[in-house]
Design a protein around this ligand. Structure first.
Ligand code: ADP
Length: 239
């Protein structure tokens, strides 16, 4: 059974349709990327998937249960934003432990688990006591991933987390994210306007165009038979 399913989902803003009768299934343990040009409906999609917004029509199902009306904070999912939204006054460890503290996990156990997630996110243990304000952009990215993993969510959503990062570091973080997804076996749903990023990391890609899914498949399938101007242009097949 799919971990997440959309059945004929659409989203209207007045009479403008931003997401138009989208149906798709995401399998457990998949790295699934939704890619498309600016304005194609990616943000609107992810806002509905995480529960920040409700579909106008259609159903979103988590393991077969309809979740349209379940608010974001009651869903077993977690989001990593482009802004990362870390707590700036806290240490790295404090940020990673935050969700465990809220759940009442005792301090020694929190610390043990936080150190584990730091290591999964490719950060040294010595960073545990470091204020996040002293971390570089890439390190903050890793802290945000460690913190999201510490929630122990069933699905991690990513909203363009690498778009503000320079090219070389982005290449490193792309590989790390894919490694982390493989190592944890978690389902990752990733939104980006960069087809290059999508091609490197994803098990499957959905290409959005004007609120619809123009194409869905593995990077290899998308590469072999580009089915939209957006993809063809990336492949260098359009002047
Ligand atoms: P993307 O993330 O792919 O850039 P968006 O989901 O942000 O695309 O936007 C898709 C379309 O929906 C755009 O034309 C945008 O102007 C419109 N849109 C998004 N949010 C709203 C809103 N709250 N009110 C009206 N129109 C919106």
């Amino acid at each position: 059974m799919a971990i997440l399913e959309l059945r004929n989902v659409d989203k209207f803003f007045d009479d403008f349709v931003a997401v138009d009768r989208v149906s798709l299934s995401i399998e457990e343990g998949e790295f699934f990327t939704i890619v498309g040009p600016s304005g194609s409906g990616k943000t609107t999609m992810i806002r509905m998937l995480v529960g920040m917004d409700k579909p106008t029509n259609g159903q979103i199902l988590l393991r077969g249960e309809a979740i349209n009306d379940v608010p974001a904070n009651l869903r077993p999912t977690c989001m990593v934003f482009q802004s990362l939204a870390l707590f700036p006054h806290m240490t790295v460890g404090g940020n990673v432990e935050y969700s465990m503290k809220c759940k009442g996990v005792p301090k020694p156990e929190r610390r043990r688990r936080a150190l584990h997630f730091l290591s999964v996110a490719h950060l040294p243990e010595s960073y545990y006591d470091k204020p996040v304000t002293q971390c570089s952009g890439g390190e903050r990215q890793r802290v945000a991933i460690a913190r999201a993993l510490a929630f122990d969510p069933e699905i991690l959503f990513f909203d363009e987390p690498l778009s503000a990062i320079d090219y070389r570091l982005r290449k490193v973080l792309e590989r790390e994210l894919k490694d982390i997804q493989r190592a944890t076996g978690k389902t990752f749903v990733y939104i980006t306007h960069s087809l290059e990023e999508a091609m490197v990391m994803s098990d499957r890609i959905a290409v959005m165009r004007k609120g619809r899914i123009a194409q869905i498949g593995t990077p290899n399938e998308i590469y072999r038979s580009p089915n939209s101007h957006f993809v063809s242009e990336f492949m260098g097949e359009v002047n």
